[in-house]
Write a protein that binds this ligand. Structure first.
Ligand SMILES: *[C@@H]1O[C@H](CO)[C@@H](O)[C@H](O)[C@H]1NC(C)=O
Length: 447
């Protein structure tokens, strides 16, 4: 019975592979247009399904297996010759709870008001072509690494859509070290058979951070020139742009002020698609301890140690102190007294911490470390600590006894070998004592 079950599964698997190819059936939310003036009653979004295929003739009566809860008006059959929507990260395993996100909005093509894109719309285009059902679909892959924006067109009244323009980014979130080159990925595909693709395109990159927006770069593909460069070191690969629709933004050197949201927009006459991505410039701190090495300190005294963290971004840093004793045990000493942050000319931050270290119960030796935990990594710097005891420790007493015994042995040896001149040796010792103020314990040995 188990083999029969496996064969059944296999047949089922083959069936689903053949019926959908490698292109997914996308579950999307269709966002209804707000009716102006009317009270918004009922839900403003509908569940919908997008059956995607590379070839138009692959759509065959698929609506039969549509789930009942989806309104048949919200089933769409999309032909995507470039197979952008067939990427495997849009097609999760069956039963997986991580699903791609998908939202559909109705679209009304309009001549662009953007200065850059106005020349594109000059030639009068067939109104019949524009007069159709247009949809704009925004997708994010289930692993959240890829975003796609797709514009599709269907003859009025039908549900059979053709992909006209897609825009993809595979760098939804980019982290970069300070000073490293950055590539923000953005590529587009436009249907070459569409009347909208003959007259050229335009690309625009915008930057947004906490409500502050600016134009980074604008490229007019019709006259092949950059019409705006608001950012030093920001450029496109023009060969890749014209050859493969690769509109990726290249930043030669990541700076702290580059952190933020970037929006890549591609314009065709009457159409515009955009995708957004985030760049985080992350640099861990450099740590230093002062004074280093630490001055010799008597046990029980307090030592003041300073740790400086510099050159880090973003702001979030946890600075704290640790003590590692000679026995290997580590003790967390807290964060000390922290200074406020200072921002340097390059946008990175500095912060310092002062530790008043009470040495009373630290033992005789160990290591004090300053630890900085930062999104860019954890850094630590340490300094050795050696304390001078006030009263002799047990080890010191043992050593003294040892030295005394060795001396005693030596003297005995000397007195045996010169047993005849014992008196002379004694005299020498007494003179030595007078001259150099020997300690009392060597006198004891002599007697
Ligand atoms: C786009 O162009 C950039 C710069 O030449 C390159 O590094 C990147 O790999 C290209 N992306 C694709 C998807 O080809």
């Amino acid at each position: 019975p188990s083999t029969r079950l496996n064969i059944f599964h296999l047949v089922f698997l083959c069936f689903s592979l053949f019926s959908h190819g490698s292109c997914p059936v996308l579950e999307c939310w269709f966002m209804k247009e707000k009716v102006s003036g009317g009270l918004s009653g009922g839900p403003n979004q509908d569940k919908s399904l997008l059956y995607v295929h590379k070839h138009a003739d692959s759509h065959r009566a698929e609506s039969h297996d549509a789930p009942l809860e989806v309104n048949p008006d919200r089933l769409y059959f999309v032909t995507d010759p470039a197979a952008t929507l067939c990427h495997r990260s849009l097609n999760p395993r069956r039963g997986s709870s991580n699903k791609p996100m998908c939202e559909i909005n109705p679209l009304h093509p309009q001549p662009s008001t953007l200065e850059l894109a106005v020349p594109l719309t000059e030639p009068a285009l067939s109104p019949i072509y524009l007069h159709a059902d247009w949809l704009s679909t925004a997708l994010q892959s289930f692993d959240k690494t890829m975003s796609i924006s797709a514009i599709t067109r269907a003859p009025t009244g039908t549900k059979e859509h053709d992909v006209i323009l897609t825009l993809t980014t595979k760098t939804v979130l980019v982290q970069s070290r300070l000073g490293a080159p950055v590539l923000l990925d953005c590529s587009f595909w436009a249907d070459p058979s569409s009347p909208l693709t003959g007259t050229g395109f335009a690309v625009e990159w915008r930057y947004q951070f906490r409500g502050d927006g600016r134009l980074v770069l604008a490229y007019d593909g019709k006259s092949d020139r950059l019409s705006h460069t608001g950012e030093e070191g920001a450029t496109l690969d023009f060969e890749a742009l014209h050859g493969r629709g690769n509109a990726s933004l290249i930043l030669q050197e990541a700076k702290v002020h580059h952190s933020g949201i970037y929006i890549c927009s591609v314009y065709l006459p009457y159409l515009q698609a955009q995708v957004a991505m985030e760049l985080q410039v992350v640099e861990p701190p450099s740590l230093s301890i002062h004074p280093s090495p630490l001055p010799l300190t008597a046990q029980g005294q307090t030592i003041n140690i300073q740790c400086e963290a510099s050159g880090f971004a973003p702001l979030s840093l946890d600075l704290h102190w640790e003590f590692k004793g000679a026995d290997g045990n580590t003790k967390v000493l807290g964060s000390g007294s922290l200074s406020s942050h200072r921002q340097l000319w390059d946008g990175t931050y500095t912060q310092s911490s002062r530790l008043e270290l009470d040495t009373a119960d630290l033992g005789r030796a160990g290591e004090v470390a300053c630890v900085g935990v930062h999104p860019g990594g954890t850094r630590r710097v340490s300094v050795e600590i050696n304390l001078i005891g006030n009263s002799p420790s047990i080890e010191d007493s043992m050593a003294m006894v040892g030295v005394a015994l060795v001396l005693y042995g030596l003297i005995k040896l000397v007195s045996w070998s010169f047993s005849g001149s014992e008196k002379r040796i004694k005299t020498t010792y007494v003179e030595g004592f007078k001259a150099r103020r020997w300690t009392s314990f060597s006198l004891v040995i002599q007697i």
